[in-house]
Design a protein around this ligand. Structure first.
Ligand code: HDE
Length: 663
């Protein structure tokens, strides 16, 4: 990134310009460097009210981090539906193509604490708040379409197993430890989601390149009362991409903020990420037509069976002004729904409906969290709720109860026909029982469907993912139990992981006997546009500004981000000088590399750049002079995705594939 650009990024909104500093009570402050003392070397005085207020406020700056999804990053944007969907739903924001609805999205990891690295192997949260004219709709989803458990009562168990182990608080930000794999082996419902997490889906390249899934089955309800089962999807127009695990691990150290920086900078540059809202719809009469239960959150509705209709588009186009005030204080809740949307009987969803408001009471300090600016709806709020901690409103009037005559019975309720929310009148009958439905008990078929649908490199990465994670467990018993579980899904996976982690291959092959595939499960199923990718140009020796300029022109024309990386920052005031040094840049931070040499000896950091780019299967272009100098490096210049060329355009050709797995 050029220095000019960096200066622009610092151009954030401010509200203190030319303002006098005051206490929180509005008293102007004359001194903010020294506390009040008796003489220059004497004792400090407690009567220094400004000092006491400043320290008191600072002492309480932190609030409890989220118990899960603590590490997150958010942005504002807008959503617009393509066409009127009133056939399915009465929701205002889904039936008015002329309207844009403001949204706020928070992406997150699940396991790690607030300061953990972005690039860990984990599920990503993808929570969207729609500020519709009829109130707030929160789509609180993940980047993997299924979940680890089927019943909410198991959530504390899952999270206790996933989180750092209590006796030593390790590991941070990952599931590669005994308690998680013990849970995995003892709770087979977690198999499907874990297989996804061990694939490339668990290490996304950026937030811009993840899918989003509401996971649960919801209902859409139209104005005639007709109801449809629905699953919500977000399809990224930036394509889907993952990291290589070795690269992800390096990134933990090189740039702990890798994902948030990518999103923040894309938005600052005006390169706004976009997702299409997708709907999978099942009519009520089709409820039992499938070989899975549509209420089971560990199951997908394979897209080849139930196609996704793309019905609208979301664009993220504004970074937050203050991360704490907005992103940290955002309170999402799957129970925030609007007329035209309703719940299904998915037992995981039903449990979440309790949890999300409950958690905010501890995290945001009381029941008035909806009054925090980021959580306020855009339409007016009127009810008889009063008082409580952190009340921000001054409620007027004598009457705060329903029904009343003193205030004409206002605020009044609204019938359904005029926009009042009415729950879908589902007929329910049955005994009170505590029992998992028999229809939820196939834990392995869809895990197999997923593995069958991967390309060979994606399958190999999944083997590597499991081998790393199970290999990191200390207990031989846990390792063996985990491999026994894999043996119930896929024999090849079990055999290869068993070998890698040093346990027995189970005697009997219990794998799912199916070679069924779904065409939308491989990450390579979505096109990956070139725009938004990045190129490092490693400059070895003296390369003219004109040459750099011709490369920069190609990059700009193709909407590629770039940096000229050299030994010393020289000509930094020039647009076409070295923009980063080998001390500050690293090959893992870029999607590709061009090595430009003047024919002098290849510098050790340039060689390292080339070797790591090669190792991580990324496009690599070297000019003729560099190709001779790199002859002794650990890479094969004849391998796929390596180009020897002095033509700036070659990088476009090299990006035809984003990774060369066959290298
Ligand atoms: Fe969450 N989850 N969850 N979860 N979840 C929270 O709410 C919970 C589940 C998800 O960016 C918490 O405000 C239970 C599924 C996201 O602020 C908490 C169960 C899915 C986020 C909570 C689940 C999610 C959360 C923690 C089992 C995908 C971050 C802080 C019934 C569909 C939202 C908070 C943000 C956050 C509970 C299962 C996604 C404790 C009890 C399934 C994206 O309320």
């Amino acid at each position: 990134m050029s220095n000019k650009k960096q200066d622009q990024l610092k151009n954030v909104e401010k509200d203190n310009d030319e303002k006098a500093m005051t206490t929180n009570n509005g008293v102007k402050i004359s001194e903010d460097e020294n506390t009040l003392t008796v003489g220059e070397r004497g004792p400090s005085l407690l009567e220094d009210f400004h000092f006491r207020e400043k320290i008191m406020h600072f002492d309480h700056e932190r609030i409890p981090e989220r118990v899960v999804h603590a590490r997150g990053f958010g942005a504002h944007g807008e959503f617009q539906v393509y066409k009127d969907l009133s056939e399915y739903t009465s929701a205002d924001f889904l039936t008015h193509p002329e309207k844009t609805t403001p949204v706020f999205v928070r992406f997150s990891t699940v396991q790690g604490s607030k300061g953990s690295p972005d690039t860990v192997r984990d599920v990503r949260g993808f929570a969207t708040k729609f500020y519709t004219d009829e109130g707030i709709f929160d789509l609180v989803g993940n980047d993997i379409p299924v979940f680890f458990i089927q019943d909410a009562i198991k959530f504390p168990d899952l999270i206790h197993a996933v989180k750092p182990e209590p006796h030593n608080e390790m590991p941070q930000g990952g599931t590669a430890h005994d308690t998680f794999y013990d849970f995995f082996a003892q709770n087979p419902e977690s198999t499907h989601t874990t297989v996804w997490a061990m694939s490339d889906r668990g290490i996304p390249k950026s937030f811009r390149q993840i899918e989003g899934f509401g996971i649960h089955t919801f209902r859409l309800v139209n104005s005639e009362g007709g109801s449809y089962f629905v699953k919500f999807h977000w399809k990224p127009l930036q394509g889907l991409e993952g990291l290589v695990w070795d690269e992800a691990q390096m990134l933990h150290g090189k740039d702990v903020d890798f994902h948030r920086k990518d999103l923040y900078e894309s938005i600052e540059k005006g390169d706004y990420p976009e997702w299409e809202l997708g709907l999978q719809i099942i009519r009520p009469e089709q409820e039992f037509d499938f070989d899975f239960d549509i209420l089971d959150p560990t199951k997908i509705w394979p897209e080849d069976q139930v196609p996704v209709q793309r019905v609208g588009k979301m664009t993220l186009n504004r970074n937050v002004t203050n991360v704490f005030d907005e992103t940290e204080q955002a309170a999402f809740h799957p129970g925030h729904i609007v007329p035209g949307i309703d719940f299904s009987n998915d037992p995981l969803l039903q449990g979440r409906l309790f949890s999300y408001t409950d958690t905010q009471i501890t995290r945001l300090g009381g029941p008035n969290f909806n009054q925090i600016p980021i959580n306020r709806p855009v339409n007016e709020v009127h009810n008889n709720q009063r008082d409580a901690m952190h009340q921000m409103n001054v409620n007027k009037g004598q009457v705060a109860y329903h029904k009343n005559a003193l205030n004409n019975n206002d605020p009044h309720t609204t019938p359904k026909e005029e926009g009042g929310y009415e729950h879908y009148q589902e007929k329910v009958e049955g005994r009170k029982i505590q029992k998992r439905s028999e229809s939820f008990k196939d834990y392995y078929s869809q895990a197999k469907l997923y593995l069958n649908s991967l390309t060979q490199p994606e399958f190999d990465h999944t083997v590597d993912g499991f081998s790393f994670e199970i290999g990191m467990c200390d207990s031989i018993m846990v390792k063996q139990n985990a491999v026994n579980q894999l043996n119930k899904v896929d024999r090849t996976l079990a055999e290869r992981v068993a070998k890698n982690v040093g346990v027995e291959v189970p005697e009997v092959n219990e794998e799912v006997n199916s070679d069924e595939k779904d065409s939308k499960l491989s990450m390579e199923a979505l096109d990956i546009p070139l725009a938004g990718h990045s190129v490092a140009v490693a400059v070895n020796g003296d390369i003219s500004a004109d040459t750099l300029k011709s490369y920069a022109k190609t990059f700009t024309e193709n909407k590629l981000n770039y940096a000229f990386v050299g030994q010393h920052p020289k000509d930094i005031s020039e647009e076409f000088g070295i923009t980063e040094t080998f001390d500050t840049a690293h090959p893992t931070l870029f999607d590709s590399l061009i090595v430009l040499s003047d024919g002098s000896d290849i510098l050790p950091p340039v060689e390292e750049f080339a070797e790591l780019t090669y190792k991580h299967n990324k496009p690599l272009v070297v000019n003729q002079a560099a190709s001779q100098g790199l002859a002794g490096a650990k890479l094969n210049l004849e391998a796929p995705g390596v180009f020897v060329s002095d033509d700036p355009q070659t990088i476009v050709q090299a990006f035809e594939r984003k990774r060369y797995w066959d290298r």
